[in-house]
Design a protein around this ligand. Structure first.
Ligand code: GDP
Length: 173
């Protein structure tokens, strides 16, 4: 089955995104405390594909050893998956992407994955500020031509259809 990797800094709203777009209130997830060994979680959706939940990155306090372990697991997964069609990167629309976000985007592009950026927490900014924030995201990530940014809110559900469209566009390739 095709796989879609989902990445995002911890606490950015990744599980809220998943829960909103697959219409489930609660998704089993292990707690992801800094320092704990983290694993990739696979969620089978409609017997049609997998969402692969990439453990949250951006822990400033994680030890070097833990970081190396994380990096190794990531390399192994991304280098070997033949069914991995695309990645979804969740970022917070309110702020410029962090260095960690940029690193994750570059990492995904390094494996030639099409990336759909979900700019979440859309409900937290004023309508008139949207274009400016989206532009900053494109600029800071140096978003490539084939990739898109989709404004999204797990609170209101706005952007849900666009997110699905982007996902389906790549699944059928
Ligand atoms: P994760 O660690 O990336 O999985 O983050 P969560 O999905 O647990 O979300 C972290 C916090 O942000 C929670 O308090 C959510 O309720 C909140 N949150 C997530 N998405 C949104 C959103 O679109 N709008 C608002 N207002 N809050 C959100």
């Amino acid at each position: 089955l095709p796989e879609i990797a989902l990445a995002g800094r911890s606490n950015v709203g990744k599980s809220s995104f998943i829960n909103k777009i697959i219409q489930r209130k609660a998704l089993a997830r292990t707690s992801s405390k800094p320092g704990k060994t983290q694993t990739l979680n696979f969620y089978k959706i409609n017997d049609a594909y997998y969402f692969v939940d990439v453990p949250g990155y951006g822990y400033a306090k994680v030890s070097k050893k833990e970081r190396e372990k994380w990096g190794k697991m990531m390399e192994e997964y991304f280098a070997e998956r033949e069914n991995l069609n695309m990645a979804v990167l969740i970022i917070d629309i309110r702020h410029d992407p962090t260095n960690d976000d940029v690193m994750m985007y570059d990492f995904l592009k390094h494996f030639d994955l099409p990336v759909t950026v979900i700019a979440t927490k859309l409900d937290k900014i004023k309508r008139g500020q949207r274009a400016k924030h989206l532009q900053r995201i494109i600029q800071v990530l140096e978003l490539e031509e084939e990739d898109t940014v989709i404004p999204f809110s797990a609170e209101t559900g706005e952007g849900k259809d666009d997110a699905w469209k982007a996902i389906y566009a790549h699944l059928n390739n």
